[in-house]
Ligand binder design. Structure first.
Ligand code: NAD
Ligand code: UDP
Ligand code: UDP
Length: 350
């Protein structure tokens, strides 16, 4: 492991920690910004790499003056030469509207980006974490989804750039592990929500909350009977850290997500209840290849990481609603709160 910048630093409470230099790609995004914050809080140096495709400076501006934080504007499809002790590879658009906007770039980010970060990890002989996704299961025939299920993915549909890009990235991680003895950690992340989601990225939680707070109709795609299992961001970040810090033989893939499953209709009703909004529901066509159900089996995470989510959906929604409420009341710079709709995807992909 590269150690030139390692030092032992006193953390809060006087305990001694092993201070590392950690690279986070996609660090200006929703999950990445929480990860940057958490690792800085633990006393590490953080190098955040992002091309701001879906990330925002607002997500990390409070970290900009921090002595142990560094931001590099860079596209991971190009090689990157830095000296670090660990890598978290999160760079990739995650919402269907964003990843379908430029599908070729999405595949490049996931495949070329993975190759470059794996090449970097190989040169440095350092540990590397991959933010994979429940989308590798596609529209699953096994329910709930376990890690040994190989998935049901359309290789040529509108979601394929993301699903197959992430699947290929997993292949690359395991081939670098087998071929070059690289120390890898692969997390399959299920739907995660919380403060700093982009208000216009079209994901269901942010859409519903912004609709409810602005009094617009809540857009339910299909009849709302499809299911998802929603994990609060703090729980997810804790799971990622536990996986990264697990013993070498724990490579994953490991599911990280909240096993409580909800229909999209139930989510809409809960958002109305918690916000006290008068918004009505409007039913729009279901996007192509939209998975009908999704629920993680987290037995492996419980067993190997001693991890399980602790934040109930209602509580996490309250925290997220508070965030969007504040953003709406101050009016975030440059962000128009016009909510993205799945119908705009077909405009981009035609
Ligand atoms: P996000 O869109 O908020 O963050 C992704 C970040 O990657 C953005 O800051 C974006 O600008 C950056 N990025 C995109 N392409 C890049 C490139 N070529 N070079 C450098 N940076 C680039 O999404 P998120 O929800 O924070 O997701 C982070 C990661 O977690 C993604 O890899 C995503 O696939 C994965 N994931 C997220 C979820 C979820 O529910 N949030 C679920 C499964 C997997
Ligand atoms: N790479 C990088 N930073 C490094 C080392 C490698 O970005 O510090 C990239 C480089 O572009 C290379 C890719 O990672 O093409 C894969 O590296 P690897 O050593 O596996 O393959 P090779 O260099 O033989 O193509
Ligand atoms: N969805 C919805 N209304 C919206 C946005 C999304 O009904 O305004 C649905 C979408 O069709 C899907 C689910 O909510 O069934 C989750 O969508 P999201 O884009 O958040 O994530 P993913 O489909 O990748 O799980």
């Amino acid at each position: 492991m590269h150690t030139s910048q390692s030092a032992v630093a006193p953390a809060a409470g006087n305990e001694m920690i092993d201070r590392k230099t950690i690279l986070i790609t996609g660090g200006a995004g929703f999950l990445g910004s929480h990860l940057c914050e958490r690792l800085l809080g633990e006393g590490h140096h953080v190098i955040c790499v992002d091309n701001y495709f879906t990330g925002r400076k607002e997500n990390i501006e409070h970290l900009m003056g921090h002595a142990r934080f560094e931001m590099l504007r860079h596209d991971v499809t190009f090689p990157l030469y830095v000296e670090v002790d660990e890598i978290y590879n999160l760079a990739s658009p995650a919402s269907p509207i964003h990843y379908q906007h430029d599908p070729v770039q999405t595949t490049k980010t996931n495949v070329h980006g993975a190759i470059n970060m794996l090449g970097l990890a190989k040169r440095l002989k350092c540990r590397i974490f991959q933010a994979s996704t429940s989308e590798v299961y596609g529209d699953p025939a096994m329910h709930p989804q376990r890690e040994d299920y190989w998935g049901n993915v359309n290789p040529i549909g509108p979601r394929s750039c993301y699903d197959e890009g992430k699947r290929c990235a997993e292949t690359l991680f395991f081939d670098y592990h087998r071929q070059h003895a690289l120390d890898i950690k692969v997390a399959r992340i299920f739907n995660t929500y919380g403060p700093r989601m982009h208000p216009r990225d079209g994901r269901v939680v942010s859409n519903f909350i912004v609709h409810a707070l602005t009094g617009e109709p809540i857009t339910i795609y299909g009849d709302g009977s499809q299911t998802r299992s929603f994990c609060y961001v703090d729980d997810l970040i804790e799971g990622c850290l536990r996986l990264m810090n697990s013993p070498d033989p724990v490579t994953g893939p490991i599911n990280l997500g909240n096993p409580s499953e909800f229909t999209i209709q139930e989510l809409a009703e809960l958002v109305i209840e918690v916000t006290g909004s008068k918004s009505t529901f409007t039913y729009l066509p279901l996007p192509k290849d939209d998975p009908t159900r999704r629920q993680p089996d987290i037995s492996l995470a419980r067993q190997h990481l001693r991890w399980a989510p602790t934040v109930a959906l209602r509580d996490g929604l309250k925290l997220t609603i508070d965030y969007f409420d504040r953003m709406l009341s101050i009016g975030t710079r440059g962000v128009r709160f016009e909510v993205a709709r799945a119908t705009s995807v077909s405009r981009f992909t035609r």
